[in-house]
Each structure stands twice: as C-alpha cells, then as structure tokens.
Design a protein around this ligand. Structure first.
Ligand SMILES: NC(=O)c1ccc[n+]([C@@H]2O[C@H](COP(=O)([O-])OP(=O)(O)OC[C@H]3O[C@@H](n4cnc5c(N)ncnc54)[C@H](OP(=O)(O)O)[C@@H]3O)[C@@H](O)[C@H]2O)c1
Length: 316
C-alpha cells in the first residue's frame, strides 16, 4: 500500500486540525494519521515498520513530546531525549525510504530568550533559548539541522515551519501541562461555573504576545508540502499583537465569567513583548487571519461541549 500523506502525531492538538484539512486537499483515503498507539517512534524498529506499512510519499511529522512551562521545568531531560529521538528517527528513515517530502514544525520557544520582536527567522541561532524550556526547544530545533543536512546529503526535500502560540479546539487543557490560552480558558470557565467573585492574574496584563489559531496553521500545510522546496524555517503566525489583559478579558467575556479580573503586579509576567514576524509567510502569499475573538469563540464552544464528558483522550 502506498500512502500519499502520512501524519505522525495525528491524535495531538495540531494533528487533529491537520488531518481533516489534508484529507480535503488530497482525498479522504490519501491521508493516514498515526499516533504512539500505532507506532512508538522512540523505537527504531517501529519507525521502520511504519514506513514499510505505509510507504508514504509525504510525511507530516507532528509527533512530539510537548507541554507548558510547568512540566518543562519538571522534566527537561525527558523533553530533550524524547524529542531528539523522535526527530532523528523519522528524518533518518525518511531519507532512506524514498519520501518525497517531509514537513516538520518546531516552536517559537526555540528563538533566543533575548530575541527582538517582531522575531524573524534570521534570529534563530543568535542566542540560547528561554532556559526553562531549552530541553524541548533545542531538541525540536535540531529538526532544522536535520532538514538541511538530509537535503544536502540525501536530497530529502524537508521543510521546517515555526507555528507561533497556537490555540484552538483539541488543545491540551490539563492543568499541569497547558499553555497560556487553554490554561486561561479553563480557569475562567471553572470560575464561571463556581460563580467566583474574582480571578487573580500574575503581572500587569501589559505583556504582548501574538496568538495563532491552529486551524489557520493547518491550512498552510498543503502549500508547504506542494509549493515550498526549501528547508525553512518559516514562521507561521498571525503577526498580530494582543496584550495578556485583552486575552483575559476576551476569554472572560466569551465564557460568561462576570467576576472581577485582579492583576497582581508584584508577580512576574515574563518578557514584556514577544511577537513573531509574519513577513516571510505573507511574502509566500499565506496568512493566519482568523481573528482572536472568532478563534477563541470556536475553542470555547468546543471546550464547553467536551468539559463534562471528556476522557483522557481529550486531555481535559
Ligand atoms: N502546540 C503548540 O503550540 C506548538 C507550537 C509550535 C510547534 N508545535 C509543534 O507541532 C507539533 C504538534 O504539536 P501538538 O501540540 O499537536 O502536540 P501534542 O498535542 O502533544 O501531540 C503529540 C502527538 O505526538 C504523538 N507522540 C508522542 N510521543 C510519541 C511516540 N513516542 N511515538 C509516536 N507518537 C508519539 C502523540 O501520540 P499519542 O496521542 O498516542 O500520545 C500525539 O499524537 C509538535 O512537533 C510540536 O513541537 C506545537
């Protein structure tokens, strides 16, 4: 059997957005999604079995071990080890087994901790990333070294992209593991359910970030598969700026939380400005244009529909 597009990590957050979009682009039977339950990609033999079983023309390699800052602090070695092996195994197999295209994302946390916003792709190697997540971010960034190396030595057409701060349906809403948007959605949603008079937030709320709807990132994938034959990376983000205060107020409004939002300026709030340049993306004729309010509305509708019944599969 030859599978046109094989998606690893298909049960993850981005994978659940990517598979339907790839099926719409290439046909429902042309795209196969796999997870760790199908093949444990830490085992070289299972990576080989995956390629033997599917003989993919295109691999979208989304399998990774990822999470929020708390779990990154607790398990930096696991983040380093697992992501290094997942990256190395899939590139090595793809290069030797005739894959026409390999598409690989890594995160904006790979940029130097002191990068200047808006952060463009040229800043990637200019400094060490934020130390709390460096195990994860440097391991993931090796995908770019792999893309360039395997392109040079084996002619593998590998492309890397850097999705920004993604949010959307199917995100990881677990308390210990979540990123800022799902953590806030859950917090305000539960505060609404419990009728809490206030929610206390760390910092002033003035820090600026750009957020990108995962559906928008997924919609760019066919372009990177078919029409972009460079190693990258390309930032895939909205290129817009949102304050944490605006994010909190928008989420509070959309979940129906009517209490007060209290800002504790004595608590840390991270870098004041961290935004990604979308110039290169726009130069390719692509954009991630879903408004924050529209993207959050869909995310919260999904969260609301799954909150009471979700099993571990939805990671609530
Ligand atoms: N989330 C973001 O904001 C963000 C931003 C930039 C880049 N990225 C990158 O985008 C990709 C997808 O991220 P995500 O947020 O969708 O990740 P995720 O939700 O954590 O999903 C991870 C996926 O990887 C699979 N996986 C983990 N360990 C595996 C193993 N040993 N063997 C096979 N499969 C394994 C999981 O399978 P199971 O379900 O079976 O465990 C799951 O399908 C990653 O490469 C990540 O680095 C994410």
């Amino acid at each position: 059997m030859t599978t046109k597009v094989l998606v690893t990590g298909a049960t993850g957050f981005l994978g659940r957005h990517a598979v339907p979009i790839l099926r719409a682009a290439y046909g429902p039977d042309a795209v196969v999604g796999v997870s760790s339950k199908d093949y444990n990609l830490l085992e070289r033999s299972q990576v080989q079995a995956m390629f033997d079983d599917h003989k993919p023309e295109v691999v979208v390699h989304l399998a990774a071990y990822s999470g929020g800052i708390g779990i990154n602090r607790a398990k930096p070695a696991d983040f380093y080890y697992i992501n290094t092996i997942l990256t190395a195994h899939v590139f090595e197999a793809a290069a030797h087994l005739g894959v026409r295209k390999l598409l690989y994302p890594f995160g904006g946390c790979s940029y130097p901790a002191d990068a200047t916003s808006p952060i463009d792709e040229g800043q990637l190697w200019r400094g060490y990333p934020q130390p709390d997540s460096a195990g994860y971010s440097t391991a993931k960034m090796m995908g770019l070294v792999a893309a360039r190396s395997y392109r040079t030595q084996y002619g593998l057409n590998a492309t890397t992209i850097i999705p920004g701060n993604m949010y959307g349906e199917h995100d990881n809403f677990r308390k210990e593991e979540s990123h800022v948007v799902p953590a806030m959605v859950r917090r305000y949603y539960e505060a609404m359910l419990e009728n809490k008079p206030f929610v206390e937030m760390w910092g002033t709320g003035k820090a600026l970030r750009d957020f990108v709807y995962a559906g928008d990132v997924a919609r760019t994938l066919p372009f990177f598969i078919d029409s972009f034959d460079e190693s990258g990376p390309v930032n895939v983000s909205s290129g817009t700026s949102t304050s944490i205060r605006e994010l909190a107020e928008t989420i509070a409004k959309l979940v129906g939380f009517q209490g007060e939002i209290r800002w504790d300026a004595t608590k840390p709030e991270g870098q004041l400005v961290k935004l990604f340049s979308a110039d290169k993306l726009h130069g390719l004729g692509l954009s991630c244009a879903t408004s924050l309010e529209d993207g959050l509305r869909s995310t919260i509708q999904w969260f609301n529909a799954h909150y009471a019944t979700a099993g571990d599969g939805l990671r609530l």
